[in-house]
Design a protein around this ligand. Structure first.
Ligand code: BEZ
Length: 322
């Protein structure tokens, strides 16, 4: 009777059990569809983390709001029912106006300015403040600069008066459109294509990448490259789950996200330029406008939000020093 293979099998079984016991599946949610750069980055980060932790941290990525909208995902993160997410700032800004300050119109000129501001002291302070939501802030990303797509031709800001412009349910965005004189219409991203196609909204504030990938331009007569706001994304972890991870694994996760997010932000200069070029190749009229195009509405926004969000002044000072 040969005993060696049995011993070998037992050892193998024990080793496998040990590996299974120490490997854990984590769930990461985000609202963007699979081709969007946020989802691409989430998948790349998950792969890198899995590899660098020898499979101990196995993050499964759920795009397109499969785990719920951001309000629902926030609750799951707080209870530990899910583990990681990429979030717009909507849920934060609606609870603490200071999280809305990155949407200050024309606070930066371009992606390079946004990248600097997202690495600054104010950004770090806000990231640290996510502990108040039961979260760990892992870093900032973004989705390029915001622009405008409208069903009818829009040549001047006055043409936007009274138009139903889709926004996210995000107070600083709503305020911007109210100051412009439009009717901001909050709507989740997954509902947008149909709503625009069937005329439920007359236009949208959006990113160039989404405009191309989701073909919003199919139903548009004007694409206005206004670059009027940066659109930050917060990479977050459930505080409860984070507390249960080893120090070593937390370091890997933090480092991988930090690097991937910085690449993501830096990459948007090219992403925005590429998709703009693609849009210029369609039948839609693409125009570029700047701060003056919006008239006094930008100053009105600042007057309101300097009162509402005390940290805005601090961010403006930082932006001036860039
Ligand atoms: C949006 O809702 O407009 C949006 C959300 C995430 C990434 C890009 C755009």
């Amino acid at each position: 009777m040969k005993h060696t293979p049995l011993i070998g099998l037992t050892a193998l079984a024990l080793a496998t059990t040990a590996l299974t016991a120490s490997a854990e599946e984590y769930r990461m949610g985000l609202i963007t569809p699979p081709p969007h750069q946020w989802t691409v980055t989430a998948n790349e980060a998950a792969d890198e983390i899995r590899e660098k932790t020898d499979g101990r941290v196995d993050i499964l990525v759920f795009p397109s709001g499969q785990l719920g909208n951001e309000a629902q995902m926030l609750q799951q993160l707080q209870t530990g029912a899910m583990d990681f997410a990429f979030f717009t700032l909507g849920e934060f800004a609606n609870r603490d106006p200071n999280y809305g300050i990155f949407l200050a119109p024309y606070i930066v000129d371009d992606v390079a300015g946004a990248r600097e501001l997202l690495k600054g002291d104010t950004a770090q302070e806000l990231l640290d403040g996510m502990a108040d939501f039961g979260l760990v802030g892992l870093g900032w990303g973004m989705a390029g600069m915001r622009m405008i797509v409208t069903a009818d031709k829009v040549e001047k800001a006055e043409d936007l008066q009274g138009l139903k412009i889709r926004t996210i349910p995000f107070k600083p965005e709503l305020a911007f459109w109210e100051h412009v004189g439009a009717a901001p219409t909050p709507m989740p991203l997954p509902a947008l294509y149909d709503a625009f196609a069937n005329g439920q909204v007359d236009g949208m504030q959006i990113d160039v990448e989404g405009t191309w990938n989701s073909k919003y331009y199919d139903h548009a007569q004007s694409v206005i490259i206004s670059d009027h706001m940066m659109f930050p994304m917060a990479a977050i972890a459930s505080g409860r789950k984070w507390a249960g991870m080893s120090e070593e694994d937390r370091k890997v996760v933090s480092d991988v996200f930090a690097e991937q997010l910085d690449d993501l932000v830096a990459g948007y200069a090219e992403i925005d330029a590429d998709y703009r070029e693609k849009l210029e190749g369609t039948d839609v009229t693409v125009t570029e406008v700047g701060r003056d195009w919006f008239g006094s509405s930008i100053d009105d926004w600042y007057a309101e939000w300097r009162e509402k969000a005390p940290m805005l002044k601090q961010l403006e000072d930082e932006a001036e020093g860039l």
